[in-house]
Design a protein around this ligand. Structure first.
Ligand code: ADP
Length: 353
């Protein structure tokens, strides 16, 4: 199983006053067994994108290949595609409509052409899989709690034995416990059944813990695409579009510098301004045995938080400026301090007598 998008564009109501470009030249591939998170603000194009993946919406231009075959080719079996790429809508109410839970979950397999018996077998299996209690099988799906409704909606898709499970904001409206239950369930589905899972969310926090790949959407385009660690490395860009990286796995960055006047604590320091130049010998306390001649700014202005998380700005010159650049650089790679020449090299010190 693989889904590939090639230069997909989608425009709502083209040629009218309501024309809206919702997808802008999207190219990406999702392979068998991946657990992918699609993240982005409301309006960034997530829903539009996923509805393309099972052919519910047709690209204005570009192509979509499922297992290497264009889904837009003449005679392509869209029905089959829809049963292989299952989509669980954001609001389970949009998906549930039968008189009781079991009939609801049977709907998909029946629609696939399975017999009554087979459909019920698949439905029961799916309900069991999502941990839905049997005593409520005959209950109206509309009388269930939010979390249970969602389980039924997921079971309804799983009953068709899809290869890909797409969930649009599966935790919307759930309390934290309900949210964890649903996400754990999806994770189990992925781990035990090897189903490809595409999880759509506007919350980094939700997906970061589970997925192996994050696709960040912004204004209809793919802004970032990679393993969570790689994506979070771009935290400045993410912050700029209001998608702060979650705290999981990312500690607060703390720098303490003491150049002789007592320690200065900088939490999450950001260099705002640099000027001047100084060249000198530099060693590194964190990595002993590294030293060299390095040219750095002679003036640095930093924005940071103190021990009480109060914001402040601090300036430094000469040794302080050098120390600030060195230590803040340590944390961020050369993100802020472009004006650095020279590198620290391995050195061996003579043992002192
Ligand atoms: P998301 O799922 O990330 O919230 P959507 O895919 O729903 O984003 O929307 C992408 C963009 O397309 C938004 O600007 C939205 O206003 C617009 N849009 C969505 N649905 C329609 C529609 N039926 N008609 C016109 N514009 C739409």
């Amino acid at each position: 199983m693989s889904i590939a998008l090639e230069h997909v564009n989608y425009i709502y109501s083209p040629g009218t006053a309501y024309e809206k470009r919702a997808l802008n030249d999207i190219s990406l591939e999702i392979g068998q067994g991946q657990f992918v998170g699609i993240i982005g603000h409301t309006g960034s194009g997530k829903s539009t994108l996923i509805q393309h993946l099972n052919g519910l919406m047709k690209a204005t231009s570009g192509d979509i290949l499922y297992d290497g075959q264009s889904i837009y080719a003449e005679g392509y079996d869209m029905r089959k595609l829809r049963s292989q790429v299952g989509l669980v809508f954001q609001y389970p109410e949009h998906q549930l409509f039968e008189v009781d839970v079991i009939s609801d979950v049977c709907f998909g397999p029946k629609n696939q052409g399975l017999s009554e018996e087979e459909s019920e077998k698949n439905a029961r299996e799916a309900l069991e899989l999502v941990g839905f209690p049997e005593k409520y099988y005959k209950q109206s799906p509309f009388e269930l709690s939010g979390g249970q409704k969602r389980r039924v909606a997921i079971a309804g898709v799983l009953a068709m034995k899809p290869k890909v499970l797409i969930l649009d904001e599966p935790t919307a409206g759930l309390d934290p416990a309900g949210r964890d239950e649903i996400l754990d369930l999806v994770e189990r589905m992925h781990r035990e059944r090897g189903i490809t899972v595409i999880l759509v969310s506007h919350s980094m926090e939700d997906v970061a813990k589970y997925v192996e790949r994050i696709i960040v959407m912004n204004h209809g385009s793919v802004m970032l695409d990679g393993a969570p660690k790689e994506v979070f490395r771009h935290y400045k860009e993410l912050e700029a579009v209001g998608l702060a990286a979650p705290q999981v796995g990312i500690l607060k960055r703390i720098v303490v510098i003491d150049v002789g006047e007592g320690p200065v604590v900088m939490v999450n320091p950001v260099i705002l301004e640099t000027s001047g130049e100084q060249t000198g010998d530099e060693g590194c306390l964190s990595i002993p045995g590294k030293a060299g001649q390095v040219t750095r700014p002679n003036y640095v202005k930093v924005h940071a938080f103190d021990e009480n998380m109060e914001e402040y700005e601090i300036e430094g010159t000469e040794l302080m400026a050098r120390a600030m650049c060195h230590e803040i650089d340590h944390l961020d790679g050369h993100l802020y301090v472009e004006k650095v020449e020279g590198q620290l090299h391995d050195v061996t010190y003579e043992e002192e007598e």
